[in-house]
Design a protein around this ligand. Structure first.
Ligand code: SAM
Ligand code: SF4
Length: 326
């Protein structure tokens, strides 16, 4: 049985980008009201009183766009300083990093993932719906200067949109000790778009890289779902998260908490989720909350990937990645 020690916390369901693969384009999503979102106090209470005592001691802050959350720097600082917390990281679209990278580093954050699907301003705009490539790139450079290590770039390759950039994106790792991670496009959130454009498998990307650069053969698994390779002589690495083409449930060590307090055992499955916000706000004792979380962790071992196809066909992936905390 795999030990679950990692929680992805969605700090906010809102986002200032509209990535085609993540959020539906036209209709506005029904955003949470502020009172529906877990407060900093509630989050820290859950971390101290529930997650850390149960052995969940590594946390990634995500969203939506986590840097849009008011007071996020102070929350990071408090989280980093919480006894028993071993690791805090954050995933961002980079839009606000130019101004916030130094403060986040100062607050104790050391690990950051930045989504960057293109090195071309026009393609970037097409994917994110925002003409902000320069600003995001400046944010990445600022994060690098601030000292973030590892600095990872998350890339989703979309057929006919940015698949011509695989080589250039991977080449970023040659001279920089950055980690470029290719994430397979999943039919979550914007399923209409997925059906329209399709997806590119990690193996297709690796084949391109092998043909162009050569690729180290021995993949190693990092602390999570990514398979990690290197271009010959590169300072950084290229990683692959292949949730469409490969089942990595056997090494899955994570659960997810949405901004409105739903603890979810698996990205691809909603069964068994626990409404922590309601438990907290109705005054349920900490030990009973712990018990419900323990039950969910036991259930997790059994649900996983096998229900993926069912989820897609029934529209069970009603929540977007931005709402789940991707
Ligand atoms: N807004 C932040 C960002 O973009 O980095 C954090 C939240 S975003 C939901 C986290 C990651 O999920 C991003 O790297 C994004 O590329 C990925 N993502 C979103 N929708 C996806 C999908 N349908 N398939 C695969 N990855 C997806
Ligand atoms: Fe926003 Fe991140 Fe989703 Fe893009 S991937 S729309 S930046 S939450």
């Amino acid at each position: 049985m795999n030990t679950v020690n990692y929680l992805r916390i969605s700090l906010i369901d809102r986002c200032n980008f509209r990535c085609s693969y993540c959020m539906p384009e036209a209709e506005e999503l029904a955003y949470l009201q502020s009172q529906e979102t877990l407060t900093d106090t509630e989050l820290l209470y859950l971390v101290r009183g529930v997650f850390v005592p149960l052995g969940i001691n590594r946390f990634r802050l995500t969203g939506g766009e986590p840097l849009l959350r008011r007071g996020v720097v102070s929350l990071v600082e408090q989280l980093v300083q919480t006894p028993g917390v071993m690791d805090v990281s954050l995933t961002t679209n980079g839009y606000l990093l130019e101004h916030m990278a130094a403060d986040l580093y100062q607050a104790g954050l050391r690990r950051i993932n930045i989504s960057l699907d293109s090195l071309e301003a026009q393609t970037f705009r097409k994917i994110t719906g925002r003409d902000q490539w320069q600003r995001v790139w400046a944010g990445i450079e600022r994060a690098h200067q601030a000292g973030f290590d590892p600095l990872k770039l998350n890339v989703v390759i979309l057929p006919g949109v940015n698949d011509h950039e695989v080589v250039n994106l991977a080449a970023l790792t040659l001279e920089r000790a950055w980690h470029v991670r290719f994430i397979e496009f999943m039919p979550i959130g914007n399923t209409g778009y997925f059906d329209q454009v399709g997806w590119v498998s990690s193996e297709q990307i690796r084949a391109q890289l092998r043909a162009h650069f050569g690729l180290t053969t021995g993949a190693c698994f990092g602390n999570g779902p990514a398979e990690v390779f290197q271009l010959p002589g590169a300072k950084g690495t290229v990683g692959f998260i292949s949730q469409m083409s490969e089942c990595f449930c056997d090494r899955c060590n994570r659960v997810r908490l949405s901004a409105d307090g739903l603890l979810r055992p698996c990205l691809l499955n909603e069964s068994g989720q626990v409404d922590l916000k309601t438990l907290l706000r109705t005054g349920v004792r900490t030990e009973l909350i712990q018990q419900q979380v323990t039950d969910l962790l036991v259930l997790k071992q059994d649900i996983h990937f096998k229900e993926r196809d069912r989820g897609h066909s029934t529209g069970a992936y009603a929540r977007t990645m931005s709402q789940i905390g991707g």
